[in-house]
Design a protein around this ligand. Structure first.
Ligand SMILES: *Cc1c(COP(=O)(O)O)cnc(C)c1O
Length: 364
C-alpha cells in the first residue's frame, strides 16, 4: 500500500491530448489547445474570459500589474498562506499588509480586513485556503465601501463555491494554479479569470510580451513572457475532463477523515462557512494535545502515511518579518497545531481509512 500526499493523477485522456500536440509539432505557445483550455475554464466557472499563464504566481503578478498596483500602494493579504500569494505584491513594488485568519475557516476575516485598511490600501487578496472559500459576499462589500480591488487567490480552490458562485469568479480578478500538486495540473501553469472584457484582453496582451500583432513585432508597452504552451494546455484539457471525478474523491476523503477522526476530542477540522462548499484540495486538522509535530510526522512516515504541516505564517520569513506578530495569533496557532492529510486522488478510500488508523494509533 503506497499512500500519496498530493501526487498528480494522469492517465490515458491526458496522454491522448499530448500525443496530438506532438504529432502536430505545435509544442510551444502557438496552437489550438491554449484558447480551448481557456474557454473551457471560463465556461466552467461561468466567467466571461480566462487567460492562461505560466504559473499561478505569474497570474497573481499580472493581475496586480493590470489593476495598476504600484509603489506606495498597500495590499491586504492573510498571514497564513503560501508565499506565492505575497511575493507578486513586491514584484510590483507595493507593500503587503498582513491580516489574521479566523480559527474556524483559517481564512482572512472581513473584520481583520477592515482593521488593516489605510489610506494607501488599493487591493485585497483573499486566499481560499486548502480549497475552503472565503466570505466573499462581505469581502466584496468592504471592497466597494473603500474603493478597493479584490484579486482572489483561488489557486487552491478550483471547484469550490461560495453562495453558489465558483471561487475565482467572485472578485475583480481571480487567479488559478495548475502546479503539479493542485487539483488539476498542467505540470506548471495558471490562469487569470475575469468578467471585464477590456481588462482581460489587456492581460492577454501583457502576457504575450505586450505584442501588438497587427504591427508584427511591435511592443507599445512593457509586457511579460507568461504564456502557457500548447503542450501544457493539452494536459489541462485532459485534466478538465476529470475534474468532477477528482472533486468527488476529495469530498469522499474529507467524509472519511471526519467520520474516523472526528470523534477524537483533541482533533479539530478546518471548517467551512454555512453557505460555502469547499473543494477540499487538502483536508486539514489541528491537534489539541501536547504533541511534537515533527515526531508525529516521522511516526506517520514510518507507517507509510505522508503528511505536511500547515503553511508557516509569511511573517516568519526574513523578507516579511514583523517586530510584533501579536495581531496574527490565529495564524500562528493554526500553524503550530496544524497538519494537512493525504489528498492525492491516486489514493483509494481504503488508503484513507488506513491513514486514519495510523493517525489514531500514533496520537492516542
Ligand atoms: C500554488 C499556490 C500559488 C502559486 O501557484 P504556482 O502555480 O505554484 O505559481 C499561489 N498561492 C497559493 C495559496 C498557492 O497554494
Amino acid at each position: 500500500m503506497k499512500i500519496e500526499l498530493d501526487a498528480p493523477n494522469l492517465g490515458a485522456i491526458e496522454k491522448a491530448y499530448i500525443e496530438k500536440v506532438i504529432d502536430s509539432n505545435f509544442v510551444s505557445t502557438f496552437g489550438p489547445f491554449v484558447p480551448q483550455f481557456e474557454n473551457e475554464m471560463a465556461g466552467y466557472l461561468g466567467a466571461k474570459r480566462a487567460v492562461s499563464t505560466q504559473s499561478g504566481t505569474a497570474a497573481l503578478h499580472v493581475a496586480l500589474y493590470e489593476l495598476g498596483i504600484r509603489e506606495g500602494d498597500e495590499v491586504i493579504v492573510p498571514a497564513l498562506t503560501f508565499v506565492a500569494t505575497v511575493n507578486p505584491i513586491v514584484y510590483v513594488n507595493a507593500k503587503p499588509v498582513f491580516a489574521d485568519v479566523d480559527m474556524k475557516t483559517w481564512n482572512i476575516s472581513p473584520a481583520e480586513i477592515e482593521r488593516c485598511i489605510s489610506p494607501k490600501t488599493k487591493a485585497i487578496i483573499p486566499v481560499h485556503l486548502y480549497g475552503n472559500p472565503c466570505k466573499m459576499g462581505e469581502i466584496m462589500e468592504i471592497a466597494a465601501k473603500y474603493g478597493l480591488f479584490v484579486i482572489e487567490d483561488a489557486t487552491e480552490s478550483l471547484g469550490a463555491k461560495y453562495k453558489g458562485r465558483y471561487t475565482g469568479n467572485a472578485g475583480d480578478l481571480g487567479c488559478l494554479s495548475f502546479n503539479g500538486n493542485k487539483t488539476i495540473t498542467t505540470g506548471g501553469g495558471g490562469m487569470v479569470v475575469g468578467n471585464n472584457e477590456k481588462r482581460m484582453e489587456h492581460i492577454k496582451f501583457l502576457v504575450n510580451q505586450a505584442r501588438d500583432e497587427s504591427k508584427g513585432y511591435y511592443h507599445p508597452e512593457i509586457g511579460f513572457n507568461y504564456r502557457m504552451t500548447n503542450l501544457e494546455a493539452a494536459m489541462g484539457l485532459g485534466q478538465m475532463e476529470r475534474l468532477g471525478e477528482f472533486l468527488a474523491k476529495k469530498k469522499i476523503y474529507n467524509d472519511i477523515y471526519r467520520e474516523e477522526l472526528g470523534k477524537l476530542d483533541f482533533i479539530k477540522f478546518q471548517e467551512s462557512y454555512d453557505d460555502s462548499e469547499s473543494s477540499f484540495w487538502f483536508t486539514c486538522i489541528t491537534i489539541h494535545k501536547k504533541a511534537d509535530l515533527a515526531a508525529v510526522m516521522d511516526s506517520l512516515k514510518n507507517k507509510g502515511v505522508p503528511v505536511r504541516r500547515v503553511f508557516m505564517p509569511i511573517t516568519n520569513f526574513p523578507p516579511y518579518m514583523m517586530t510584533d506578530n501579536s495581531s496574527l495569533k490565529n495564524s500562528y496557532d493554526i500553524y503550530e497545531k496544524g497538519l494537512c492529510l493525504p489528498c492525492s486522488t491516486l489514493n483509494s478510500a481504503d488508503d484513507i481509512y488506513y491513514a486514519c488508523k495510523a493517525i489514531k494509533e500514533i496520537l492516542s
